[in-house]
Design a protein around this ligand. Structure first.
Ligand code: ATP
Ligand code: MG
Ligand code: MG
Ligand code: MG
Length: 562
């Protein structure tokens, strides 16, 4: 590709809302353009990187035996009513009406539609197992779209759905996806860990997330330094200093409110022992939000809570409720026994933004981080210190906390959808059974952004070759010199002929401008061709990642680049 014939609208002024590296870099390098909050145009460079990720994903999905389809992005409400998710899903679901006033949604995920395909055509055990996948645009009306492609509202996802005759089969399908995901993220050149995630009602370790390790990640990962254990602390953020935070957040007059209760009072009232770790349950008590600390393996008795406050209603706050109150991801908090924590509405709501939580109610709380089993909190104060360095019971290693970006998620669904939507097959004996399902997602656009979060410097992007929109850039330093132009042209054609994605910077610009742009865009290899070095028969080859430049004989240029 010749740069003069291409479209890379680089930006000099980056809007202040771009907080993280990938967002800034993608805007600066002309890869994306914001159309509306969380909705982006994919410009040529951005699209090329996305396509590279898609191709890696497609190749590995295909080789795992999954079969590609493409489902509509607009889905009828009936499907969602059948599964029960029309009322459950909340505000993340973008609901739309057609001209006949019929309800539709823009798909945030496709369990219902895939289940509908399978139940329509698959009736016998002989047709199973099957795994259908697609690479498709999704829409989720995120409370806080941010970080560019990392958390968009419209984004591209690879989603796969497996259907099996029995549990053993479903586990095999799950294992195949887990292996395929490992190959995919290896092939993308990403540093990642697979962590145990919430497996909801199913139990066991049948849900894993793939976390790209990067400081800007919104998730926390707790792992053992011996590699025997890793789980996510979903959306949890550590309070740097509990005491200080406590003072700041809780205004004095609010401490006087009659609704204030200590953990001990609440625990006694609720009939749960106070142990070291408690899960925080956010309850909407007639419009006021309360945070309850409950022992990890106990459930809260909402009827008791209702009576306790003498309120007309008390229900678990929904994900949306909490997100709306906090303007962010829901969280609760954990605290050791013996500490007096005032618990009531504003406190809880504000606390939720800042503090690590320790519960395991799906979509409300932290997942798979149970005290005793997973870690112990020693003291209030710096939570990180309290976990880090502790011994992991799984393998005797030391716990470390890191940050991660969730790029993939695999989940054993069981019969949730097949039962509600009647996806059944006839077994050998002619008996009807619900299919056992699994679902598997990868955020394609997020993968590209995550790669930048992990691979960059102050000059710009450092692509792993696998995801680079162009693998090589040829920078012609004196395009008006015939010999330089001729050689640039020859090398460009030869490298392109070898199947590489080559960008030829043939602009009539100063060398400095071209170099700066090349570094910003992040081409893994740069070949600079200029009058001076050419007079000695040389061209200069630079590796973006190391910054290392070598002068090579022009005849050796191709072999050096390859
Ligand atoms: P998150 O916890 O980040 O909100 P999720 O758990 O809601 O993600 P899943 O339902 O597991 O997401 O979807 C599968 C994958 O889709 C995720 O692992 C992630 O890579 C990607 N994804 C989810 N939401 C977004 C988004 N708003 N923007 C970009 N990618 C996303
Ligand atoms: Mg989400
Ligand atoms: Mg998640
Ligand atoms: Mg997920």
């Amino acid at each position: 590709m010749r740069l003069t014939k291409y479209f890379i609208p680089t930006l000099r002024e980056i809007p202040a809302e771009a907080e993280v590296v990938s967002h800034k870099a993608m805007l600066r390098a002309g890869m994306i353009k914001k159309l509306a909050s969380g909705i982006y145009d994919y410009l040529p460079l951005g699209l090329k990187a996305i396509r590279k990720a898609e191709n890696i994903i497609r190749k590995n999905m295909d080789s795992s035996g999954a079969i590609e389809i493409l489902m509509p992005s607009v889905q009828p409400a009936e499907m969602w009513e059948e599964s029960g998710r029309w009322s459950y899903y909340g505000k993340e679901l973008l609901r739309i009406k057609d001209r006949h006033d019929r309800n539709f949604c823009f798909g945030p995920t496709h369990e219902e539609v895939t289940t509908d395909i399978v139940r329509s055509f698959i009736t016998s055990y002989k047709q199973l197992p099957i795994n259908l996948y697609q690479i498709q645009t999704k829409f989720r009306d995120e409370v806080r779209p941010r970080f560019g492609l990392m958390r968009g509202r419209e984004f591209i996802m690879k989603d796969a759905y497996s259907f099996d005759v029995d549990d053993a089969g479903a586990n095999v399908s799950y294992g195949k996806m887990r292996d395929a995901y490992r190959r995919i993220f290896d092939d993308c050149g990403l540093r990642y860990t697979m962590v145990e995630a919430d497996s909801g009602a199913i139990g066991g370790s049948y849900s894993h997330e793939f976390m790209v390790l990067a400081d800007t990640g919104e998730d926390s990962v707790i792992s053992s330094d011996r590699g025997g254990y890793a789980a996510n602390l979903e959306k949890a953020v550590c309070a740097d200093n509990w005491e200080e935070w406590n003072e700041v957040v809780l205004p004095a007059e609010e401490k006087e409110t009659p609704n204030t209760r200590t953990v001990e009072e609440l625990a006694a009232f609720l009939g749960v022992p106070v142990i070291k770790i408690l899960k925080a349950m956010i309850v909407n008590v007639d419009g006021r939000f309360y945070c309850f600390l409950v022992r990890g393996d106990h459930e809260l008795n909402l009827a008791k809570v209702k009576n306790f406050f003498g309120a007309p209603s008390a229900e678990l706050a929904s994900y949306d409720d909490i997100a709306e109150q906090t303007g962010g991801a829901p969280a609760g908090f954990i605290g050791p026994a013996g500490l007096k924590i005032e618990i009531y509405a504003d406190y809880a709501v504000r606390a939720m933004k800042n503090v690590v939580m320790g519960a395991n109610i799906k979509d409300l709380h932290i997942i798979n981080a149970n005290l005793g089993r997973d870690f112990e909190v020693k003291a209030f104060g710096d939570y990180r210190n309290a976990i880090e360095g502790d011994t992991c019971p799984a393998d005797g290693g030391k716990y470390v906390l890191t940050r991660g970006i969730e790029v993939g998620h695999i989940f054993k669904l069981g019969t949730k959808y097949s039962e509600s939507m009647n996806a059944v097959y006839l077994d050998r004996e002619g008996k009807r059974n619900p299919m056992i399902m699994g679902c598997y997602g990868i955020g394609v656009t997020r993968v590209v952004a995550a790669s930048i979060e992990q691979n960059h410097d102050e000059k710009g992007i450092i692509w792993p070759v696998q995801l680079a929109p162009f693998e090589v850039v040829i920078v012609s330093l004196n395009p008006n010199e015939q010999a330089v132009a001729d050689l640039s042209e020859t090398i460009y054609k030869e490298l392109s002929g070898l199947g590489l994605d080559v960008m030829y910077d043939d602009r009539d610009e100063r060398a400095g401008v071209k170099f700066t742009d090349a570094e910003l865009v992040g081409y893994p290899v740069r070949v600079a061709i200029g009058k001076k070095s050419l007079s000695e028969g040389n061209v200069e080859v630079t590796v973006r990642r190391t910054g290392e430049t070598v002068a090579v004989k022009k005849e050796d240029c191709i072999s050096t680049v390859m």
